[in-house]
Ligand binder design. Structure first.
Ligand SMILES: NC(=O)c1ccc[n+]([C@@H]2O[C@H](COP(=O)([O-])OP(=O)(O)OC[C@H]3O[C@@H](n4cnc5c(N)ncnc54)[C@H](O)[C@@H]3O)[C@@H](O)[C@H]2O)c1
Length: 344
C-alpha cells in the first residue's frame, strides 16, 4: 500500500523534499501545507495536482496521511510537532528539531509519550562518503583513529533570492543551521560520543548575519580522540573550502569535497589514493535513503533512523559548545547533558 506523506513547509527545502517524495517508489505526496500565499503559488506551479492547504491544523484533520514531513523554520517546530503528535502521526522533522534544548527535549518526550516515531533530517549520514568514512574508522583499516581536522569555509550569501532568510536574524545561525550537521557527522562517522568541548563563536565585522557565523571547536571524544573543527559562513573568499582529515595510527583518511571524494594513505605513502564511491546526488539521494528508512521504521515498528534521542546528543553538543564560548570554559558533555535532563 502506498505510504502517504503530508508535507508542511514549502520553502527551498520543502520543494526539494516534494521532488524526493514524488520520485520515491511506494510513497506519495498526499498534500502540502504552507501559510504563505507566495510559497503556495510557487509550489502549485511546480507540483500541479498536489492538494495544497494553508493551515497545518486543518490539513492534519482533513488529509488522510501516514506521516508528516515538517520542513519549516525551527522556531515553529514545537507547536507544529505538538499538533502532529496530537493527530497521531509519525514525524520526520528537519534539523535542528528546535533552537533551544528545552524545546527539543519536549518534542522528543512528546513523541515518546505518544509512542509515535520521530526522525530528524540528518540526511548527510546517508551520503556514500559518510558511510565509507564511518566504515573505514570502524574497521580500523588505517589503524586506531587518533585525531581529526574538519574545515568548512564558505561565504554564504544569506540574501540570495530563494534562500531561507531566518538565519540572517537568528542566534547562532552557523552552529544551529550548519555546524549541527558537521558535529552530527563527527559523532556518526567516528562512532563515538564527545566527552568535552572547548569552543569560540564569533562574527566578523563584515558579516551579514546578526549573530555569530563562525564556529571553532576542540572536541574530545570517547577514547581520547581529539577533533579540531572550524566552520564559517563569512569567509573573505567566496569559494568553498572543505577538508575532513582523520589521522590514524597507520595512515590518514581525507574527505576532500563537501559531499564526496574520499582518499587515504598509509603512513609511508607519498600520495593519497582515491577510494571508489557510488555516485550520489547530495541532498537528494541521501534524503531519499533517510525517507526510505523512516517509512520502513513506521511500517515495521523498528527504531526510527536519526531518532530524536540521538539528535538530542548532537544538539547538546552544539549548546555545550555555545556555553563554552560564553563562559570561556571547557565543558564536560556528560555533566552538561545531566544538567539539562538529557542523560541517556
Ligand atoms: N537537511 C538538510 O539538508 C536541509 C537543507 C536545507 C534546509 N534544511 C532545514 O529545513 C527547514 C526549512 O528550511 P528552508 O530552507 O526550506 O526554509 P524556508 O524559509 O525557505 O521555508 C520554510 C517554509 O515554511 C513555511 N512555514 C512556516 N510556518 C509554517 C507552518 N506552520 N506550516 C507550514 N509551513 C510553514 C514558511 O512559510 C516557508 O515557506 C529548516 O529547519 C532547515 O534547517 C535542511
Amino acid at each position: 500500500m502506498t505510504f502517504r506523506i503530508l508535507l508542511a513547509g514549502l520553502g527551498n527545502r520543502g520543494k526539494q523534499w516534494a521532488g524526493i517524495v514524488g520520485a520515491a517508489p511506494g510513497i506519495e505526496l498526499a498534500a502540502a501545507v504552507d501559510p504563505s500565499p507566495d510559497a503556495r503559488a510557487i509550489f502549485a506551479e511546480r507540483f500541479p495536482g498536489v492538494p495544497i492547504h494553508e493551515d497545518l491544523g486543518r490539513a492534519l484533520s482533513d488529509v488522510a496521511c501516514d506521516a508528516v514531513l515538517l520542513v519549516t523554520p525551527p522556531d515553529g517546530h514545537l507547536a507544529q510537532a505538538r499538533a502532529v503528535f496530537a493527530a497521531g502521526k509519525p514525524l520526520l522533522c528537519e534539523k535542528p528539531v528546535a533552537t533551544g534544548l528545552d524545546e527539543a527535549l519536549r518534542i522528543v518526550e512528546m513523541s515518546e509519550q505518544a509512542r509515535l516515531p520521530l526522525s530528524i533530517g540528518l540526511n548527510f549520514r546517508y551520503l556514500p562518503v559518510s558511510m565509507a568514512l564511518r566504515d573505514l574508522v570502524a574497521t580500523k583499516t588505517y589503524g586506531e583513529p587518533g585525531f581529526g581536522n574538519f574545515v568548512y569555509q564558505r561565504n554564504r550569501d544569506g540574501m540570495r533570492p530563494g534562500l531561507n532568510k531566518y538565519p540572517l536574524t537568528m542566534r547562532h545561525p552557523m552552529m544551529l543551521e550548519q555546524s549541527i550537521h558537521h558535529l552530527d557527522l563527527i559523532r556518526f562517522c567516528y562512532g563515538r560520543e564527545a566527552t568535552h568541548v572547548a569552543c569560540r563563536t564569533w562574527n566578523p565585522g563584515w558579516s551579514m548575519y546578526a549573530h555569530d557565523a563562525n564556529v571553532s571547536c576542540l572536541l574530545t571524544l570517547d577514547g581520547g580522540m581529539e577533533v579540531v573543527y572550524l566552520g564559517t559562513w563569512t569567509g573573505g573568499w567566496n569559494e568553498l573550502r572543505f577538508e575532513w582529515r582523520t589521522d590514524c595510527a597507520g595512515g590518514a583518511i581525507v574527505q576532500r569535497e563537501l559531499f564526496s571524494d574520499l582518499a587515504a594513505a598509509r603512513t609511508g605513502d607519498t600520495a593519497l589514493t582515491t577510494i571508489d564511491l557510488p555516485e550520489a546526488r547530495a541532498f537528494i539521494d541521501d534524503s531519499a535513503a533517510l525517507l526510505d528508512a523512516f517509512v520502513a521504521a513506521v511500517r515495521g515498528g523498528g527504531a526510527p533512523p536519526c531518532g530524536g534521542r540521538d539528535h538530542l546528543r548532537s544538539l547538546a553538543l552544539c549548546f555545550a559548545a555555545i556555553e563554552s564560548a560564553e563562559t570561556g570554559q571547557r565543558v564536560d558533555i556528560r555533566a552538561f547533558e545531566a544538567r539539562h535532563g538529557l542523560a541517556p
